[in-house]
Write a protein that binds this ligand. Structure first.
Ligand code: NIG
Ligand code: FE
Length: 418
């Protein structure tokens, strides 16, 4: 089945020459576009695109007219925790009254609060609520997403989350990667014997999870009050033995050593990075690890933003993701993440778009199939409402400019009239 979009005012993030797998430094400003273009999709893939004058006369089954509108590759959101139970607005109120995220966590709130709720929730209920969140982010233009476990913190509950993620993969055309985050917090009953919980992760959870093929990556929250560098190293090493590469939480709350330990273990990405300096930047410059920034978290927790400008100016790539989770970022709306990146991280709109598309794909090792408009790539794209320029998207921070979402070459959502 063919789908043709014609009269596209601007086709954004087109790859014409040699494939680009991620963009770093000054190159992050390069956002290749085509004016007055067409895009042809067939059997779930992008088969052709180009200027309207060269639009082939196809007997396309479906034709969409995008006059005045733009077409983007769908967002690649490489860091979320969207399988969770309940919500945590009470903690949001505590923070308004002056408590910090760490204080709430120390008192058994935070991640442990979500873990308790999740342990009491059935797989079916978790699946339904996670599918609703997935449908929501799909409407906002996300076409590939990484989802972490980490609100289980026991063998059964971690398996429960990861099985939900596996089931989700069967019910969506959003590309999903799963990450095992047993090391998200130390459960209350292990507070005085951390090593016993780490052994549980390594000796019981990892083998069970990999036996069922439930995870693509392994994650550790390497930060003050959570996991130390040594513990992170031990867990990443064990994950590697089971074939899982790292995608880790690093340097959110403190200069934790998380960046260095992630890079040492060849992590695909190190995420958060609100607390980094020149040493971490130098370490990342000598690596293949994608630095991933989550400005929605800094916004919601009122903590400092990551130094994206310094990182890009030093020649690094930067990826943007939502961190959608009930505690620190109850939102998976990538367009707002882009607005924050522009306003708070001083990223240019073009840099932010690259960070949320091709670099996001790279952070999930999906750069061969997602993250740009390229012949042969999966046809996950969205059509915007009429927009005067690319910068309008992060500028109009409160508006949902995503009008039609196409996954694997099929329209899955539209608010377009007619
Ligand atoms: O990425 N930082 C660790 N984990 C999540 C927050 C989890 C929570 O508070 O529930 C994050 O921000
Ligand atoms: Fe996170």
């Amino acid at each position: 089945m063919q789908l043709l979009i014609k009269n596209i005012a601007l086709l954004v993030q087109v790859e014409q020459g040699a494939p680009v797998h991620s963009l770093a430094g000054k190159n992050m400003q390069q956002l290749p576009v085509l004016e007055n273009a067409f895009l042809l999709m067939e059997n779930g893939r992008i088969t052709d695109f180009g200027p309207m004058e060269t639009c082939p006369l196809v007997q396309a089954a479906q034709v969409l007219d995008a006059t005045g509108k733009m077409v983007f590759p769908c967002w690649c959101d490489s860091h979320t925790h969207l399988v969770y139970a309940g919500s945590r607005e009470q903690e949001f109120v505590y923070r308004i009254k002056g408590m910090t995220y760490e204080e709430i966590a120390r008192q058994g709130g935070g991640i442990l609060n979500s873990a308790q709720l999740l342990q009491q929730t059935t797989e079916e209920v978790l699946f339904d609520s996670a599918m609703e969140r997935l449908a929501e982010i799909t409407r906002y233009g996300t076409g590939a997403v990484e989802i972490k476990s980490g609100y289980g913190l026991s063998l059964d509950s971690e398996l429960k989350i990861l099985r939900v993620i596996k089931e989700m993969k069967k019910h969506t055309d959003v590309e999903i990667k799963a990450t095992f985050l047993g090391a998200h917090a130390i459960p209350q009953q292990y507070k005085t014997n951390r090593q016993a919980y780490i052994s549980e992760i390594i000796q019981h959870m990892l083998p069970a999870i990999t036996r069922e093929g439930l995870a693509d990556y392994i994650d550790v929250f390497c930060d003050t009050g959570f996991y130390t560098v040594e513990e992170t190293s031990e867990i990443l090493q064990a994950g590697a033995l089971f074939g899982l590469k790292g995608k880790i939480h690093a340097n959110e709350l403190a200069v934790s050593g998380g960046v260095q330990v992630g890079v040492q273990h060849g992590a695909v990405s190190v995420d958060h990075l609100e607390q980094i300096g020149q040493q971490e930047i130098d370490c990342l410059l000598n690596s293949q690890t994608m630095p991933t920034l989550l400005p929605g978290t800094a916004f919601f927790l009122n903590i400092p933003y990551a130094p994206a400008r310094q990182m890009i100016d030093a020649g690094l790539p930067v990826c943007l993701a939502s961190d959608y989770n009930p505690g620190s970022t109850p939102s998976g709306r990538m367009a707002f993440v882009l607005s924050l990146a522009c306003l708070k991280l001083q990223m240019l709109p073009e840099e932010a778009i690259n960070a949320a598309t091709i670099n996001g794909a790279r952070a999930m090792e999906l750069q061969q199939t997602h993250g740009s408009i390229c012949r042969g790539k999966v046809a996950n794209v969205f059509i915007t409402k009429p927009m005067p320029s690319v910068a309008f998207l992060p500028y109009a921070f409160g508006s949902n400019l995503v009008e039609t979402v196409i996954l694997k070459g099929k329209v899955v959502h539209t608010t377009a009239k007619g």
